[in-house]
Ligand binder design. Structure first.
Ligand code: BG6
Ligand code: MG
Length: 217
């Protein structure tokens, strides 16, 4: 029986996946990597430095930059991203998600956050959602990011629940792999997430009733 939910943030709760893509697109242009829809999709859920490595590799530039130069590129991306998210307000919560969070809390479920983003606490504050969560996994303390199961395993520990009582919500394939690897129930937002146990086309469809209906099928 489900007792807790571990949430991804970017692209699940907040409409911020587009801002990450926008800022990384600028980085790709700068290093001379062609920006494609496939690259954009593959970067979802991936940590800042791993994302940069993927962008460099996609253009065959993985050996063209020193560690210090890579750190400067990542810092520049984060600065650009920071300007984009500074405009966030509770209106930028994705459709249906405020209602779903309220429904979960009203029904006694515990919530934690499993976002790869170091900007997550700030974004939750902008959205006015900080108090919904028992805790947030600090991605700086992880040995490996998504698709490794560690982040979702840690999200269950924060909830003090065994994996089989936790559901994870994700919009990225890396995240779904992480949830599945942790032994939790994977809920995917996006029809391309074939490895998810439950799949919704958009956040607007996510509700306890719809999850139960999908599991009963
Ligand atoms: C994930 C996003 O939530 O966080 C990725 O899906 C992003 O696109 C990653 O790269 C790391 O975010 P940040 O804010 O720490 O650079
Ligand atoms: Mg995401």
């Amino acid at each position: 029986e489900l007792k807790g939910f571990a949430f991804d943030l970017d692209g699940v709760i907040a409409d911020t996946a587009k801002f990450h893509s926008q800022a990384w697109h600028q980085t790709a242009d700068k290093v001379g990597t062609t920006w494609t829809p496939e690259l954009q999709e593959a970067l979802k859920g991936v940590s800042r430095m791993d994302s940069l490595e993927m962008i460099l590799k996609a253009g065959g530039h993985e050996n063209d930059y020193t560690q210090a130069e890579k750190e400067a590129l990542a810092a520049e991306k984060n600065e650009n991203y920071g300007k984009l998210i500074a405009t966030l307000t509770p209106d930028d919560i994705l459709p249906g998600m405020k209602a779903f969070l309220d429904e979960l809390v009203a029904n006694g479920y515990k919530l934690s956050l499993a976002s790869a983003s170091k900007n997550a606490p700030k974004i939750l504050k902008y959205l006015g959602l900080t108090d919904y969560f028992v805790g947030i996994v600090d991605p700086a303390t992880l040995h490996a990011g998504k698709p490794d199961p560690e982040i979702f395993a840690r999200a269950a520990e924060i909830l003090d629940l065994p994996a089989n009582q936790v559901a994870g919500l994700e919009d990225s394939s890396a995240g779904i792999e992480s949830i599945n690897g942790a032994g939790e129930l994977s809920i995917g937002i996006g029809s391309q997430l074939k490895a998810a146990k439950v799949i919704f086309n958009s956040t607007a469809e996510v509700s306890l009733a719809n999850i139960k209906a999908a599991l009963a099928e």
